[in-house]
Ligand binder design. Sequence first.
Ligand code: GLY
Length: 381
Amino acid sequence: MTEQQWANGVSEKIKEKMKTVALRSRGKVPYTTVNGVFDDWTDKDICWWTNGFWGGMMWQLYHATKEEVYRENALELEEKLDRNLMRSAGMDHDSGFRWLPTAVANYRLHGDVASKNRGITAANDLAGRFNPAGNFIRAWNDDGDGSRAGWAIIDCMMNLPLLYWAYEELHDPRYLHIATRHADTAEKYFIRGDGSANHIVEFDPVTGQFVQTFGGQGVEVGSSWTRGQAWALYGFCLSHLHVKKVEGLEEQSERYLNTAKRVANYFIVNIPESGLIPVDFRQPADCAWEDSTAAAIAACGLLELEKCVHPKERHVYHDAAMKMLRALEEKRSRFDDGCDNILEKCTAAYHDKEHEFSIIYGDYYFIEAIWKLTGQELFIW
Ligand code: GLY
């Protein structure tokens, strides 16, 4: 079987399953499954950072099939997220994750004015989190005591495309400058010499001075939380793609590409023989957990990176992506409609009590990766 036949086959299995799942999940905002059934965060926490991914799945499936159920689910979710958009305490740096796969995707597909308004409102909030003292976007909120005012996290690289989109849409370079200044800071303080990435960096929010790093969702300070590596890999590649379009910023864009390659190279040499990705590349052997989301996200980043590098280098990134995707398909996927999720063995954080369950963004990025391979992708980021 050729690689293309394999990818087409996986795409068909996804479509077959998701038709049933989308119909029986109407009205939900899923995060994980309970006994195989999607939970619903509509009333549990409409401000949860992952609430946009179901919308992204729906738009990717709608784009590929034109089945109405996907569009209807996506529109319902987009409107529900207004409760989040209107709650300032519920807004954080993950606006890209919530409004790019929902409102902005809808706007890109249909030019809907209300959707554009949502996207710009979210971008304005994200831009408002920028701290000019340290040139970083503040990640999370606190109780108003300022204890997290200086925290930035590597995941934010994936939220910058909301600012690049606002820049392109409004032709207002303020959004561009905020995104690139944050990317420059991330390059300097998050990416280590060996190409691995810190999860959390704390700056003094008044002076902007570096204070310390935290292990965050990985094992410890200095370890390498794999989803964080994946966010860095894909995120720098996206900054490269967006900044490349800006006249005069070619050098900066090239620098982001090289950073993405450095992170990718580190990731690739650490992929285990099995192709299945641990929660942390430096986790102890006697307490080892897996994270399929990191595999799916990194595969998307590698497939995108493949298109940006010299033709002679492409196979390096392509083959690594394929190794992980084939492992996910063979060993960690459910294509039957007996459960709502596709991927198994996803983990939110190494030190959480629970590990290796289904998580919605794992499914989202798995679909995105398969869509990239089959030419069906709606570009979200
Ligand atoms: N953005 C948070 C996470 O990746 O878990």
